[in-house]
Design a protein around this ligand. Sequence first.
Ligand SMILES: [Zn+2]
Ligand SMILES: [Zn+2]
Length: 117
Amino acid sequence: MAILPQIIGSLSAALARAALAQDCLLCALPSGNSPLCTACAADLPRLPGACCPRCALPTPAGALCGRCLAHPPHYDRTIAAYRYDFPLDKLIMLSNTGIVWRLPLFLVNRWRRLQAT
Ligand SMILES: [Zn+2]
Ligand SMILES: [Zn+2]
């Protein structure tokens, strides 16, 4: 009778997927259990390769930017995968209100994936 736990496990996983299924926040197409569909996630505004290590603004060869040289911020480093630009700026504002509660985890996972490539 070992098949019953497998059936219950499969059924539970299917119910969880169905319960978490949602539409993409940007284009409203089905996006599974992610807040953004694959196409919209691929279009997010990525940072260029060379950025200021303090504030993540694009700079030649990854040097400190003029703003950070003139007025050093109170932090040493910025870790970011994307520019704070449309549509992420609007999505982040929504996530701060709790409407898009899964967005922060999505962005962390995207950053980890980008760092691995
Ligand atoms: Zn989409
Ligand atoms: Zn800077």
